[in-house]
Design a protein around this ligand. Structure first.
Ligand code: SAM
Length: 222
C-alpha cells in the first residue's frame, strides 16, 4: 500500500497533521540527542524524515529500514539532496525479521510504523532484541484522545476529513481510509504501554501530543 502513495506521502502527512508531524519528529530528535546514541535504527523509516532529523546528532550513524522500496526511493533522493549519504543508509527489510545481531543499536525509533505491522508483538520484540542493554526505543504513533469531548471532535475530523483529503489528493483513496480506520483501532496510551511491557520493555513513558491525537512512547530495554 505504501508503494502506491510514496510520492504524495510527505505532502499529505503535512496536510493531515497541519504540519505537526514535523514538530513531533523534531521532538524525537530532542529526546534522542540527550541519550547520545551512536548506532541508530529507524524502523519503518518510509521517506526517511526521522532518520534525517536524527542525523543532526553528533557522531551518529543511522540505518533506516522499510519494507516498501518506493518509500525508500523517495527517502534516498532526499538524503542525496541533503548530502547525508555518509550518515544515513536506507535498506529494505522487515521489522518483524530484522537481519541484525542482538544488542547492536543504542536507539531504535519507529514513526507511524507499528500500527502497520502484521504482528505487532513480533515487531516490537525484534526491536527489543537488537537494542543494547542500555538501549532505548522511541515510538511516535497516532493515538485516540482520552478526553471524551476532544475525542468527539477527533473522530469527527478523522472520519470525514482524512478520507476526503485522500479522495481528493491521493491516487489510492482506499489507503487513507485504511490509515484512518487503523488509527482508531490501534491500542494507544496505557494500552500500548502495556503491549511494550509484555514485549519486555521497561520504564515506559507516554508523552501525548496535540491533545492526544498522537503519542511519543519512550521505553528502555532494561
Ligand atoms: C506511515 S509510514 C511512516 C514513515 C515514517 N516513519 C514517517 O515517520 O513518516 C509507515 C511505514 O511503515 C512501513 N512498514 C509497514 N510494515 C513494515 C514492516 N513490517 N517492516 C518494515 N516497514 C514496514 C511502510 O512501508 C511505511 O513506509
Amino acid at each position: 500500500m505504501f508503494d502506491s502513495i510514496s510520492f504524495e506521502y510527505d505532502k499529505l502527512n503535512r496536510l493531515i497533521s497541519a504540519g505537526n508531524d514535523v514538530k513531533w519528529r523534531k521532538k524525537i530528535h530532542k529526546i534522542a540527542k540527550k541519550l547520545n546514541p551512536k548506532n541508530i535504527l529507524d524502523v519503518a523509516t518510509g521517506t526517511a524524515d526521522i532518520a534525517i532529523e536524527l542525523s543532526k546528532i553528533k557522531d551518529s550513524k543511522i540505518i533506516g529500514l522499510d519494507i516498501s522500496e518506493k518509500m525508500l526511493n523517495v527517502g534516498r533522493t532526499k538524503i542525496l539532496n541533503k548530502n547525508l549519504s555518509e550518515k544515513i543508509s536506507l535498506i529494505s527489510g522487515d521489522a518483524e525479521k530484522l537481519k541484525f545481531n542482538d544488542n547492536h543499536f543504542d536507539l531504535v525509533t519507529i514513526g507511524f510504523g507499528v500500527r502497520n505491522f502484521q504482528n505487532l508483538e513480533k515487531g516490537l520484540k525484534e526491536s527489543y532484541r537488537v537494542l543494547t542493554n542500555e538501549g532505548t526505543l522511541i515510538i511516535l504513533e497516532t493515538s485516540v484522545p482520552e478526553n471524551k469531548f476532544i475525542k468527539f471532535f477527533y473522530l469527527m475530523f478523522s472520519r470525514t476529513i482524512i478520507p476526503l483529503i485522500g479522495s481528493i489528493f491521493s491516487k489510492d483513496n482506499k489507503a487513507y481510509s485504511y490509515l484512518q480506520k487503523s488509527a482508531e483501532e490501534f491500542p494507544s496510551g496505557k494500552n500500548f504501554a502495556g503491549v511494550l511491557q509484555n514485549c519486555g520493555f521497561n520504564n515506559v513513558q507516554i508523552l501525548p501530543q496535540m491533545m492526544g491525537a498522537s503519542s511519543i512512547y519512550i521505553a528502555k530495554k532494561h
